[in-house]
Design a protein around this ligand. Structure first.
Ligand code: GLV
Length: 309
């Protein structure tokens, strides 16, 4: 039994080093080195090359290095019986909530516009908004959405949520399902998307949805680029219905140079950094699941294949 790490970024060596340091008794390989494919029972992956998992005949589990698993489902060749797990981590949730708070405050106080003014040496005081003026609507009330709701409430925000099925979150009203979506949207001055990317949620941030938001609301997407219809967002910002957007995720990453988001004065973009898995805090959960796997025990944080998250 052994672990293979598959990720195509520069972080592969640091993850391997940290995993080996914490579990010297386990055989752990990078997919880039020579390794015995038939020994691999756990594959820890982040945006793995398509079809690579087929090489491991005795694979028993696929673990995402992050909260999202949409990239794993892109590989249609993965046998249905192999469980998939994801990261559920308070550090990841805390980071996300700090990042969204920063974007919200930046919008309320016009910080993005002042940066643009500064580059042009323009002195242009603008009206600002207060926390008490607005309601934040969070789409997706999983581990990340719930933590965000709790933190925003602590900071004095009114918060409402929307989830596919009913949920109880202290001090915030959670709307559920399609029938309550428009009521939720009509109250959201700032809309934060934290949904998992599934067939149902692909393209959910589109003109039909933007139309339901109050005039001059602000859209934050820190989930996946696939949730957003880029042209619809541009249309609704350019026609004055939306005040702007903070986007951390894109259909194609890095965002192509010619994409209009780069230069739009009302769009704040960041390079998929809202919340990045912390090696020290995620490794214990990967290893705990590996040990459970070897002992034949039920795994933590498994993903429901039907739901896609
Ligand atoms: C980041 O995007 C994650 O899925 O953890």
């Amino acid at each position: 039994m052994a672990i293979v790490i598959i990720r195509q970024d520069r972080k592969i060596d640091s993850w391997k080093k940290a995993l080996v340091a914490k579990a010297p008794d386990i055989s752990i390989y990078s997919y880039l080195e020579e390794h015995p494919k038939e020994e691999i029972t756990l594959a820890c992956v982040w945006k793995q090359p398509v079809d690579i998992l087929k090489q491991y005949p005795n694979l028993k589990c696929i673990a995402s290095f992050g909260a999202g698993v949409d990239f794993i489902f892109k590989d249609q060749s993965i046998p249905k019986h192999i469980p998939i797990t994801r990261v559920v981590d308070p550090v990841l949730a805390g980071d996300m909530s700090e990042f969204v708070l920063a974007l919200i405050l930046s919008f309320l106080k016009n910080l993005n516009s002042y940066k643009t003014d500064q580059l042009k040496k323009v002195w242009n005081p603008r009206e600002y908004k207060r926390i008490s003026d607005i309601t934040v609507g969070i789409m997706g009330m999983g581990a990340l959405g719930e933590e965000l709701a709790v933190d925003l409430i602590k900071n004095g925000f009114k918060v409402i949520g929307w989830a596919t099925s009913p949920k109880e979150i202290p001090e915030s009203e959670v709307y559920a399902g399609d029938s309550e979506k428009n009521t939720f949207l009509s109250r959201s001055n700032i809309l934060v998307c934290l949904l998992p990317l599934t067939q149902q949620t692909t393209g959910i941030l589109n003109s039909k949805l933007f139309k339901e938001l109050p005039k001059q609301s602000y859209v934050i997407n820190v989930a996946r680029g696939g949730h957003l219809v880029d042209e619809d967002l541009l249309e609704y910002i350019n026609n004055g219905h939306l005040a702007g957007a903070g986007l951390d995720v894109f259909h194609e990453e890095p965002l192509p140079c010619e994409h209009p988001f780069w230069t739009h004065p009302k769009i704040q973009i960041t390079p998929h950094v809202a919340s990045v898995s912390d090696i020290e805090s995620v490794i214990p959960q990967l290893l705990e699941n590996y040990r459970k796997l070897t002992e034949g025990k039920p795994l933590n944080n498994t993903v429901n294949r039907e739901k896609g998250y």
